[in-house]
Design a protein around this ligand. Structure first.
Ligand SMILES: O=C(CO)[C@H](O)[C@H](O)COP(=O)(O)O
Length: 208
């Protein structure tokens, strides 16, 4: 079954906790977005994990260097999954994987900016990561003519465990499921909705 991950790209711990409270019954994974962690620090990870100990808490660090160190401090703060960039050196990913093994947790590689995503996905899975995120970032989504289709095709072709992020919404979520994604990531379509709980519930219903 495809899991649902909410990406919280808000800027304060209070707003993140309020959103998490509303949507937690409808999601499997709660992601603390990169801008949120940069704005509030690692304390936001602890706050959300303490409030939702039953949920998988995903710290979107997008680590580019010092993989072991950055992963370790996020795990110590309560994260269950931490992201490292697919453009990082293999040694950075391996360091983060080592830290994850020590903590009994996992690393997700974010393929944002990677040209041949399917090939890199297979490489990093061999390095021991939990799964791979086929991701079109917010800036890429804003380009004219952006479509999720290429991302989904690459995910399917990779034949690894993967998530999809790139403006996933109620119109695209069935295609994400059909592509075989293990996780559908939705940020703006949940936190930007008038009723985030309703939006998350509608996405969840499409995945069941
Ligand atoms: O990591 C991110 C941006 O770099 C976002 O969290 C991710 O793209 C999901 O949000 P959205 O559904 O709004 O695209």
């Amino acid at each position: 079954m495809t899991k649902l991950q909410v990406a919280i790209d808000l800027l304060t711990t209070a707003d993140a906790l309020a959103l998490a409270e509303k949507v937690a019954p409808h999601v499997d994974i709660i992601e603390l977005g990169t801008p949120l962690i940069k704005s509030e620090g690692l304390g936001v990870i602890r706050a959300v994990k303490d409030a939702h100990p039953d949920k998988i808490v995903f710290a979107d660090l997008k680590t580019a260097d010092a993989g072991a160190l950055e992963a370790r401090i996020a795990f110590e703060a309560g994260a269950d999954l931490v992201t490292v960039l697919g453009t990082a050196d293999d040694s950075t990913i391996l360091g983060a994987v080592e830290a994850a093994k020590e903590a009994g947790k996992g690393i997700v590689v974010d393929l944002i900016g990677v040209a041949d995503k399917a090939a890199r996905a297979r490489q990093v899975v061999d390095l021991g990561v939990e799964f791979v995120e086929f991701h079109a970032g917010l800036d890429e989504q804003a380009q004219p003519g952006f479509s999720l289709t290429t991302l989904l095709e690459a995910g399917t072709a990779s034949e690894v465990r993967f998530s999809v992020a790139g403006g996933v919404n109620i119109h695209s979520i069935t295609a994400v499921k059909a592509a075989g994604a293990d996780v559908a990531v939705a940020g703006g379509s949940i936190y930007g909705a008038v009723d985030p709980a309703l939006a998350a519930a509608a996405l969840q219903a499409e995945l069941n």
